[in-house]
Design a binder for this molecule. Sequence first.
Ligand code: NI
Length: 201
Amino acid sequence: MLEKFQIARWVPFAAIALTLSACDKAPAEPLEPPLAGASIGGEFELTSSTGETTRWEDFAGQYRIVYFGFTYCPDICPTDVQRLSQGLAQFERAKPELGAQVQPIFISVDPERDTPEVVGEFIANFHPRLVGLTGTAEQVKAAADAFRVFYSRGETTPGGGYLVDHSAIVYLFGPDGEPLATLPTDQDAEAVAAELAKWVS
Ligand code: NI
């Protein structure tokens, strides 16, 4: 009897101790963006789908989503661009003012086939504000190098086409062009929207 009584007395005390320690926790430090300080991104000069010379600095003051791919890509690129577009659209519905500050950008790694016109047809399938860029082989190479993106001509496809092997990374940059995070287009639009909500504020 005595033992039982002692246990009973200790239980509420333990519960109070737990509550206190939960309340005592220091407020969480602001999260550090995973790509903070990484040397990714930089000046480029490319041509937009509407034929205008476009530079990285033209996007100053805006958050930027950057994806390198090619319009003839049979699967990965369209899926990634669709998910980043849908994720951004979701974020815009939840936070219209912040969403409007995010500029999505597609950059071709297949300048031989991806003329401005072809890029224009491709981006029309996705987010209404998506910007599509291409350029000369040298301009595209310089841009890809600045963003740590690798690409090379891959297999020949039936009908005389070819694939382009390339890094498939969706980068998020801040208003000063600083890298913040990658967006999880390997998951789904919800995950992309959630990642945007973490860093766009
Ligand atoms: Ni691809």
